[in-house]
Design a protein around this ligand. Structure first.
Ligand code: MF3
Ligand code: CO
Length: 257
């Protein structure tokens, strides 16, 4: 599929979708506490998404059974919500959510500490978020896709962290996953030239230990191979004539880098 350039009308709808998704994440972040089950998180997330008039894009996507991916500690992404999986003080939890608003998608993820997490866990969360901002500093018209990827990798690896390779970011628009793929590591080839009107989901998945992952028998949950902690941070962005626009972030709880 070719990489699409969005029209002003499409961009306006993606801004609305992103604003709603940002507020859903802000609300979820405030709600997370020890004793909640991962299914409680999914139920709350789905309720918030529907209250805003959106459809949760993950629900039934390729058979995924929930609205929010809830991934705890060594789970990297795609954790399946479960009423028996209780969040404990000191855990870290990655929440990945997608919404559809009038036919247009937004996709974003945040990693939160549950109660009081260790300094090492908090550092992983912070560096993962910062790696996203390092990446999108390169997300400028005329640069190439690999400039984003290489910047994320260099920053995360400078802390000794592992950059997940088996999963990548993606173009987004009227479909959740569009071309191009957006790796968080350098593939050395320059990749496509970035052009105003492209919309991308940039989503570093960073492990405290090895970059290698494996899949659990549920067919979805991705975990670190060495059992180390993992964090995920994602936003839907728009390439412009100047700085990229982060569509799925509000100033409220977390402004800029
Ligand atoms: N946010 C994920 C992504 O970026 C999508 C989750 S897959 C689903 O690709 F099946 F859970 F929807
Ligand atoms: Co995504």
């Amino acid at each position: 599929m070719p990489v699409t350039i969005k029209s002003e009308r499409e961009i306006a709808l993606m801004r609305e979708a992103g604003r709603i998704l940002a507020s859903v994440h802000d609300e979820l972040g405030k709600a997370i506490r020890p004793g909640m089950s991962t299914l409680d998180v999914d139920r709350l997330g789905e309720k918030l998404i529907r209250e805003h008039g959106c459809v949760p894009s993950f629900k039934n996507y390729c058979g995924y059974p929930a609205s929010i991916c809830v991934s705890v500690n060594s789970e990297v992404v795609h954790g399946i919500p479960n009423r028996h999986r209780i969040l404990r003080d000191g855990d870290i939890v990655s929440l990945d959510a997608g919404v559809i608003w009038k036919g247009y998608q937004s996709d974003a993820a945040r990693t939160h500490a549950v109660g009081q997490a260790s300094p090492e866990a908090l550092r992983l969360i912070r560096v993962t978020r910062e790696s996203f901002f390092c990446g999108i500093r390169q997300a400028r018209a005329g640069n190439h896709l690999n400039d984003i990827s290489a910047a994320i990798q260099a920053y995360a690896e400078s802390f000794g962290y592992g950059v997940v390779r088996d999963l990548v970011g993606h173009g987004i628009g009227s479909h959740l996953h569009e071309d191009p793929e957006v790796p968080n590591f350098s593939r050395r080839k320059k990749g496509i030239r970035l052009t105003p009107g492209m919309t991308l989901a940039v989503e570093p998945m960073i492990n405290a230990g090895t970059w290698q992952v494996r899949w659990l028998d549920d067919g979805w949950t991705v975990v670190t191979k060495d059992g180390s902690l993992s964090a995920h941070y994602e936003n839907t962005i728009l390439i412009t004539d100047g700085d990229p626009e982060i569509l799925s972030l509000t100033g409220e709880s977390e402004g800029q880098p």
